[in-house]
Design a protein around this ligand. Structure first.
Ligand SMILES: [Ca+2]
Length: 171
Protein backbone atom coordinates (compact mmCIF):
# COMPACT_ATOMS: atom_id res chain seq x y z
CA UNK A 1 0.00 0.00 0.00
CA UNK A 2 1.30 3.41 -1.02
CA UNK A 3 0.21 6.06 1.45
CA UNK A 4 -0.54 9.52 0.01
CA UNK A 5 0.07 12.78 1.83
CA UNK A 6 -2.90 14.59 0.23
CA UNK A 7 -0.80 16.53 -2.27
CA UNK A 8 -0.47 13.80 -4.85
CA UNK A 9 2.77 12.42 -3.43
CA UNK A 10 3.26 9.09 -1.68
CA UNK A 11 5.13 9.24 1.59
CA UNK A 12 5.34 5.64 2.77
CA UNK A 13 4.90 2.05 1.66
CA UNK A 14 3.40 -0.78 3.71
CA UNK A 15 3.83 -4.33 2.39
CA UNK A 16 1.19 -6.94 3.27
CA UNK A 17 1.81 -10.66 2.76
CA UNK A 18 -0.66 -12.47 0.47
CA UNK A 19 -1.33 -16.17 -0.03
CA UNK A 20 0.03 -15.95 -3.58
CA UNK A 21 0.13 -13.37 -6.34
CA UNK A 22 -3.16 -11.48 -5.98
CA UNK A 23 -4.84 -11.12 -9.36
CA UNK A 24 -7.60 -8.66 -8.51
CA UNK A 25 -8.40 -6.03 -5.91
CA UNK A 26 -11.55 -4.13 -4.97
CA UNK A 27 -12.11 -1.37 -2.43
CA UNK A 28 -15.39 -0.96 -0.53
CA UNK A 29 -16.66 -0.34 2.98
CA UNK A 30 -17.70 -3.85 3.95
CA UNK A 31 -18.44 -3.28 7.64
CA UNK A 32 -20.10 0.14 7.33
CA UNK A 33 -17.72 2.03 9.59
CA UNK A 34 -17.10 4.67 6.90
CA UNK A 35 -13.52 3.42 6.32
CA UNK A 36 -12.34 1.79 3.10
CA UNK A 37 -11.69 -1.96 3.17
CA UNK A 38 -9.99 -4.20 0.60
CA UNK A 39 -10.98 -7.48 -1.10
CA UNK A 40 -8.36 -9.50 -2.98
CA UNK A 41 -8.64 -12.36 -5.48
CA UNK A 42 -5.92 -14.97 -4.99
CA UNK A 43 -6.07 -16.82 -8.27
CA UNK A 44 -3.51 -19.59 -7.70
CA UNK A 45 -4.64 -20.29 -4.13
CA UNK A 46 -8.37 -20.39 -5.03
CA UNK A 47 -9.11 -17.90 -2.28
CA UNK A 48 -10.69 -14.50 -1.75
CA UNK A 49 -9.57 -12.40 1.19
CA UNK A 50 -11.08 -9.33 2.80
CA UNK A 51 -9.07 -6.95 5.00
CA UNK A 52 -10.81 -4.22 6.99
CA UNK A 53 -9.22 -0.79 6.82
CA UNK A 54 -8.39 1.16 9.96
CA UNK A 55 -8.60 4.57 8.26
CA UNK A 56 -4.92 5.35 8.85
CA UNK A 57 -3.47 3.49 5.87
CA UNK A 58 -3.24 0.17 7.69
CA UNK A 59 -5.34 -2.96 7.21
CA UNK A 60 -6.54 -5.64 9.62
CA UNK A 61 -5.90 -9.37 9.24
CA UNK A 62 -7.24 -11.31 6.27
CA UNK A 63 -10.68 -12.92 6.39
CA UNK A 64 -10.57 -15.85 3.97
CA UNK A 65 -13.20 -17.26 1.61
CA UNK A 66 -12.56 -20.56 -0.18
CA UNK A 67 -13.43 -19.43 -3.72
CA UNK A 68 -11.71 -19.70 -7.07
CA UNK A 69 -11.26 -16.10 -8.19
CA UNK A 70 -9.46 -14.20 -10.91
CA UNK A 71 -10.80 -10.79 -9.92
CA UNK A 72 -13.30 -9.13 -7.58
CA UNK A 73 -15.68 -6.17 -7.78
CA UNK A 74 -17.07 -4.29 -4.77
CA UNK A 75 -20.57 -2.80 -5.18
CA UNK A 76 -23.93 -2.80 -3.46
CA UNK A 77 -25.56 -5.44 -5.62
CA UNK A 78 -28.53 -6.16 -3.35
CA UNK A 79 -29.79 -2.59 -2.81
CA UNK A 80 -29.44 -2.53 0.98
CA UNK A 81 -26.56 -0.04 1.11
CA UNK A 82 -24.00 -2.67 2.07
CA UNK A 83 -21.05 -3.23 -0.25
CA UNK A 84 -21.09 -6.80 -1.62
CA UNK A 85 -18.26 -8.56 -3.49
CA UNK A 86 -18.78 -10.03 -6.95
CA UNK A 87 -16.21 -12.78 -7.56
CA UNK A 88 -15.17 -13.56 -11.14
CA UNK A 89 -13.94 -17.14 -11.27
CA UNK A 90 -10.72 -18.05 -13.01
CA UNK A 91 -12.11 -21.36 -14.23
CA UNK A 92 -15.43 -22.20 -15.82
CA UNK A 93 -18.03 -19.71 -16.91
CA UNK A 94 -19.58 -18.31 -13.76
CA UNK A 95 -19.36 -15.57 -11.16
CA UNK A 96 -20.32 -15.70 -7.49
CA UNK A 97 -21.76 -13.07 -5.17
CA UNK A 98 -20.38 -12.70 -1.67
CA UNK A 99 -23.50 -11.13 -0.21
CA UNK A 100 -22.70 -8.75 2.64
CA UNK A 101 -24.82 -9.69 5.64
CA UNK A 102 -22.84 -7.73 8.22
CA UNK A 103 -25.00 -6.48 11.08
CA UNK A 104 -24.56 -2.75 11.71
CA UNK A 105 -23.08 -1.51 14.95
CA UNK A 106 -23.37 1.78 16.79
CA UNK A 107 -20.32 3.93 17.29
CA UNK A 108 -20.19 6.42 20.13
CA UNK A 109 -17.96 9.50 20.05
CA UNK A 110 -17.72 11.79 23.05
CA UNK A 111 -18.50 15.48 22.63
CA UNK A 112 -18.16 18.22 25.24
CA UNK A 113 -21.79 18.23 26.29
CA UNK A 114 -22.94 14.86 24.99
CA UNK A 115 -22.22 12.01 22.65
CA UNK A 116 -22.42 11.55 18.89
CA UNK A 117 -24.07 8.25 17.99
CA UNK A 118 -23.52 6.98 14.45
CA UNK A 119 -24.37 3.88 12.43
CA UNK A 120 -24.13 2.72 8.81
CA UNK A 121 -26.57 4.26 6.32
CA UNK A 122 -28.00 0.84 5.41
CA UNK A 123 -31.56 0.09 4.41
CA UNK A 124 -33.77 -1.66 6.95
CA UNK A 125 -32.25 -0.50 10.24
CA UNK A 126 -33.60 2.09 12.67
CA UNK A 127 -32.27 3.69 15.84
CA UNK A 128 -34.33 3.22 18.97
CA UNK A 129 -33.95 4.84 22.37
CA UNK A 130 -35.09 4.23 25.92
CA UNK A 131 -34.98 6.05 29.24
CA UNK A 132 -35.20 2.79 31.18
CA UNK A 133 -34.42 -0.59 29.64
CA UNK A 134 -36.13 -2.34 32.57
CA UNK A 135 -39.52 -1.05 31.41
CA UNK A 136 -41.53 -3.43 29.21
CA UNK A 137 -41.93 -1.94 25.75
CA UNK A 138 -39.58 0.82 26.84
CA UNK A 139 -37.99 1.23 23.41
CA UNK A 140 -39.20 3.69 20.76
CA UNK A 141 -37.88 5.07 17.49
CA UNK A 142 -35.64 8.10 17.90
CA UNK A 143 -37.98 11.00 17.04
CA UNK A 144 -35.50 13.02 14.98
CA UNK A 145 -34.09 12.50 11.51
CA UNK A 146 -30.42 11.60 11.63
CA UNK A 147 -27.75 13.80 10.15
CA UNK A 148 -24.77 12.51 8.23
CA UNK A 149 -21.25 11.89 9.50
CA UNK A 150 -18.72 10.47 7.05
CA UNK A 151 -21.35 8.57 5.07
CA UNK A 152 -23.01 7.28 8.25
CA UNK A 153 -26.19 8.34 10.02
CA UNK A 154 -25.58 10.32 13.18
CA UNK A 155 -27.49 11.91 16.06
CA UNK A 156 -26.26 13.85 19.07
CA UNK A 157 -27.49 13.13 22.59
CA UNK A 158 -26.93 15.44 25.53
CA UNK A 159 -25.23 13.74 28.44
CA UNK A 160 -27.77 15.28 30.87
CA UNK A 161 -30.79 14.19 28.81
CA UNK A 162 -33.34 11.63 29.99
CA UNK A 163 -32.54 9.18 27.19
CA UNK A 164 -29.60 7.03 28.17
CA UNK A 165 -29.94 3.90 26.03
CA UNK A 166 -29.79 3.34 22.28
CA UNK A 167 -29.96 0.31 20.03
CA UNK A 168 -30.31 -0.54 16.34
CA UNK A 169 -33.32 -2.60 15.34
CA UNK A 170 -33.92 -4.38 12.05
CA UNK A 171 -37.13 -2.93 10.62
CA1 LIG B 1 -14.86 -0.43 6.62
Amino acid sequence: MLRGDGSGRFVSVTVYAAADVPEGVAVGDFNGDGLADVALAHYSADLVSVRLGHGDGTLGPSIWFDLDASTVLARDLTGDGRSDVLVVHGYGDSVSLLRNETRPTLQIASLGEGVKISWPDWTGWGLECSTNVALPNGWSAVPISPGSLGGRNAVTNRIDGATKFFRLREL
